[in-house]
Every structure is written in C-alpha cells, then in structure tokens.
Design a protein around this ligand. Structure first.
Ligand code: C6P
Length: 415
C-alpha cells in the first residue's frame, strides 16, 4: 500500500491489517475502532523488529542497541510533533494513554493553579477520563465543576458559553469529538472564548486525532491529549501536548528515574522537558510503534480517510434509519465523525451486541464511560458502531441485517 491513490482503496488498506485477513468463520466485521483500532503490518513489524533486534532501555546505555532504541524513540516524538503541528518536539510528553495525559495536567498544573472558588468548565458529553480527574481536582482544591449542556440533537449548547465563562473560570476541558455521538466540537472558537476570560484549555483528542487532521497551533489550546491505540498504534502509549511556558513552569507529576537532574537526600532538581514528565522506563516499543502508525496514517492521508469515513457514516445513518423501532443518538453525519450510536426498542444494547457477535460483527454496547451523557438521553446503555479506514459499505449491510435478526429473535422470544 502507498499513499498515491485517492479515493481510498479500501481493499488495499484491508490487506495491511492481518486481523482482517484471517480465515475465520464468520469473518470478523470490526465496528469498534472507537474503543481501539486494529494495527497494520507496518506497526506490528516495527514492534517485532525492536524486540528481535535492538531491545534495550533508552537514555542510559552507552552501547549500540541502546543508542538505536533512544534514537528511534526520539524520532517518534518528532513524528508526532509534526503530526499535530507542535512547535517543538519537547512539547510532546509520552504517557500511557489519554487518561494518564489528562490526569497529568489535573495533578501537576491543576494542583499548582486552582484554588477554592475557581471554576473548571467541562461538558456533559465528556468521557469519564475528562471528567473524574476534574472532580478529584475540585475536591482537592475547593474549585467548582460547571457543565456545558448538550442539546437533544447531541451538540454542545454553545449559546451558554458566554454565561458560563467568567473570570472565575480557570480551565475549560472539552472533547474534540464525542466518543458516543461522534459530534465534532468547535474547539478553536471554544478555546478563543476561554482565553478571553483568562482560562486555560485542554482538549481531549482521543477520538479526533485518529480521524481528522489536527493542528494544535491553529486550535491554540494549552493542552491536547490522545491515545496511540485508537490511531493504528499499540496500547500503552499516549500523548500530552502542552504549551512550552506552561510545561516549563509545571511541577513533575510522577517522581523517579529519568525525570531528575540531581538528587540529594532532602531534595532533587528536575530534568528539562520532556524528561521532567517521563519518570521511569517508558513504553519504548509502543512509542516507536506509534511513530510507525503516524507514518502509516500520513501515507494513506487523513484527507482521504475522512471522506471515506463520512461515506460510511452517511450510509449507516441511511440504512439504520430504515429499521422500525430504532433511536439514533447524536447529530447528522455532517456534524460528526466515526460513530453511530443507537438503541432498538425493547432490547438491551448488550443483547444487540451479543446477537451481532454470532455473525462476527463486533460493536460496543454499554455506557461508553459517559454516564452523564447517558443520563441526559434517559438511557443506561446504547449500542455503538464505529468506523475506521479499513471498513467497507458491505459491513454496514451486515450490521443492518444483524439488527433485523436481533429484533426477530429477541422481540419474538419476549412476546
Ligand atoms: N474511549 C471508547 O470505547 P484511554 O482509555 O485513556 O486510551 O482513552 C480514554 C478516552 C478519553 N476520551 C475519549 C473521548 C475517549 O473516547 C476515550 C476512550 C473508548 O469510547 C474506551 S472507553
């Protein structure tokens, strides 16, 4: 596969993903990439190559394979910096995942900067990863958590922003793309409005970085967090981007090896960025693997991936809307990326997922780590099909057929 073709050659892409080429019955129809994406050969090969030929710790060994591992690890940092248009590579901090990136900001920047009476503004569509760390921070500091509501259509109530943003607001934490509704939020204008009252902004990009070209300088956010495993990379590697002045003044989050300059019995001094925030042995293979995933996505081209996913979404909306007794949550496809979320009348989402699995169709069912959003829509769970570059229209047909089958089996059984 190479990046020369437009539009996306889905069959060629699928050839890059060995899990999709397995001879199994029924074949795998993977519609759960929002939970974790599949991995192309290029990433799997890079992981294997590291372990087979130059496995060593980094930033310490004065020998060839350690130097190579360090070089590849730091090369991945540069690739990721370019991928999101970070001004400098040292503004890319490697973590385990989005969750850890957000917790890093809450504990380091948050503890140092928030006081009783300050406000943190988040939204009702946040993943628990961009909610619970702020609740904990509010409990530690006496700050107050406030919410941007979600409309019935699944968009943010942005008319409320002027009222919610005041000189008390110290931080705005919003998701770029909702993992449930797929809603794409206007993070650039939210950031500008937050900055106008002096608040800092963190963007949860777990569901945007895999699908949309992102530019942290254009958004002008203060922090930007995402996970490797949702964008063709391995698990165990996440990213936090931060503005240089903020990262420089922030205290360390975790203490230990690699993050220090000098250690005395009573106190220590800390390493420069990014090492100050990378205590202990990092996820070396996974980081190098994420670098390969970024190469892969660049070669295919996010500008080609996005229209393909939109076609899948449009088609899924159209097909699923034909099903009697279905409720689809969230906005029209043009306002979203990646996912379609729904319920069938009188059937629990887990039962829907179970029936689909009999035919090899993998979707996610549950609260998707967004309980306040579920409460807003008055449900305890939904079913969600999510798409990525390797999905094809016929797989939407299989989803559709599977849902009809679920209705037939489960509604008849219940009478
Ligand atoms: N959402 C989903 O199925 P981690 O687990 O740290 O890699 O990502 C957390 C996270 C944060 N924000 C958003 C918007 C997310 O979607 C996720 C992960 C998965 O929707 C697993 S719950």
């Amino acid at each position: 596969m190479n990046g020369a073709f437009r539009p996306l050659d889905v069959e060629a892409i699928r050839g890059d993903f060995p899990i999709l080429k397995q001879e199994i019955n029924p074949p795998l129809i993977y519609l759960d990439s929002a939970a974790s994406s599949q991995k192309p050969n290029r990433v799997i090969d890079v992981l294997s190559d590291y372990y087979r030929t130059y496995n060593a710790n980094i930033h310490r060994g004065i020998y060839r394979i350690s130097e190579k591992a360090t070089e590849q690890y730091e090369e991945a940092r540069k690739k990721i910096a370019r991928f999101i248009n970070s001004p400098r590579a040292c503004q890319i901090i490697f973590t385990r995942n989005t969750t850890e990136s957000i917790n890093l900001v809450a504990n380091s920047w948050g503890n140092a900067n928030l006081r009783a009476g300050d406000e943190i503004l988040i939204s009702v569509m946040e993943h628990h990863s961009n909610l619970v760390p702020w609740q904990l921070l509010a409990q530690r500091t006496g700050a107050k958590l406030r919410y941007i509501e979600v409309t019935d259509e699944g968009l943010l109530h942005l008319e409320e922003l002027d009222r919610l943003l005041t000189e008390r607001t110290k931080l705005v934490a919003v998701t770029h793309v909702s993992n449930v509704l797929g809603t794409v939020n206007p993070v650039q204008s939210i950031t500008a409005a937050a900055h106008a009252v002096g608040a800092k902004v963190i963007i949860d990009a777990a569901q945007s970085a895999p699908h949309l070209p992102v530019d942290v300088q254009a958004i002008d956010c203060d922090f930007f967090a995402f996970s490797g495993h949702k964008m063709c990379g391995p698990t165990g590697i996440g990213v936090l981007f931060g503005k240089l002045d903020l990262l420089e003044e922030m205290p360390p989050f975790l203490g230990g090896g690699s993050m220090i300059r000098t250690v005395q019995r009573e106190h220590s001094t800390y390493a420069d960025l990014p090492q100050k925030f990378e205590a202990g042995t990092p996820s070396i293979a996974q980081t190098i693997g994420l670098g390969a995933a970024v190469d892969y996505l660049n070669d295919v081209g996010l500008d080609a991936i996005h229209p393909h996913e939109q076609e899948l979404l449009e088609y899924a909306h159209q097909k699923l809307s034909e099903i009697e007794g279905i409720t689809i949550y969230g906005p029209k496809p043009r306002h979203k990326v990646g996912a379609v979320t729904f319920n069938l009348d009188r059937i629990h989402a887990h039962d829907v997922a179970g029936i689909l699995d009999q035919d090899g169709v993998a979707i996610r069912a549950g609260h998707h780590c967004t309980q306040p959003l579920m409460q807003k829509f008055g449900v305890i769970a939904t079913a969600r099909a999510s798409f990525y570059l390797y999905n094809k229209l016929e797989e939407v047909d299989s989803l559709y057929e599977g849902l009809l089958k679920a209705q037939k089996i489960l509604i008849r059984r219940r009478g």
